[in-house]
Design a binder for this molecule. Structure first.
Ligand SMILES: *Cc1c(COP(=O)(O)O)cnc(C)c1O
Length: 219
């Protein structure tokens, strides 16, 4: 079942788009099944789960952090992840940078954009981001490679389209400004209910969970 879903998805999504399988709440066996079917990138939200699954599964896939990075977990995150998609403030970036420097690693990161401007949501407000970029570019052990956004909570991909479009616009503006040390290579947007719209609006990373694994049971 998981294998079939992955193969369908790989057949459908353009080759230029990276599928990150969102593996929160999924077992190691389930994750291995999706890897055997061709998934090359997995995304985890929770550090504790990530550490255990990473230990069992190892580096045959790339590991993305797609949930919030808490500074007291940045040391472990520096070790196990290949990309942090959720940098949302300078302080967190600085702490991550320090831990990456300690282990001699340069970590690719995406900046999370609060595209719906919701108070309770994480992510940079789109208008303050440009001022932060020079500071972020100065951190030598993280490398900004693009943007990530979630948008408002909804099952309707069309509702998300304008948020995706605005984030793509910001992505293009930053790219055009060509700031030394800042790359705009990856745009991560779209989940099970919205990946079609996200790809149409310019995403080249999509993060997909329930379509691959079925509905989530939180325990
Ligand atoms: C869970 C999650 C996803 C995947 O959600 P689905 O609707 O199951 O595809 C994508 N991105 C983030 C940040 C998530 O937490």
């Amino acid at each position: 079942m998981i294998g079939e879903k992955v193969k369908e998805l790989l057949g459908e999504v353009p080759e230029s788009v990276t599928i990150v399988a969102a593996i929160k709440t999924r077992t190691v066996d389930e994750v291995n099944e999706c890897i055997e079917a061709g998934i090359k990138n997995v995304g985890e939200n929770y550090m504790q789960e990530a550490v255990l699954k990473n230990l069992a599964i190892g580096s045959k896939v790339k590991w993305h952090l797609i949930g919030p990075l808490q500074t007291h977990k940045a040391k472990a995150a520096a070790k196990i992840f290949d990309m942090i998609e959720t940098i949302d403030c300078f302080h967190t970036a600085e702490v991550l940078n320090k831990h990456c420097r300690n282990i001699g690693k340069v970590m690719p990161v995406l900046l999370e954009i609060n595209s719906a401007r919701e108070e309770q949501k994480s992510g940079y407000m789109p208008e303050i981001l440009p001022d932060e970029l020079e500071k972020l570019a100065g951190l030598e052990n993280i490398r900004v490679q693009g943007l990530m956004t979630m948008g408002p909570q909804t099952e309707d991909g069309e509702v998300l389209r304008p948020y995706f479009r605005n984030t793509k616009k910001l992505f293009d503006e930053i790219k055009k400004a060509s700031i030394s040390g800042i790359e705009m290579k990856y745009l991560s947007m779209g989940m099970t209910a919205s990946y079609h719209e996200a790809i149409e609006e310019g995403a080249n990373i999509v993060r997909i969970g329930s379509l691959i694994f079925g509905p989530r049971n939180y325990h």
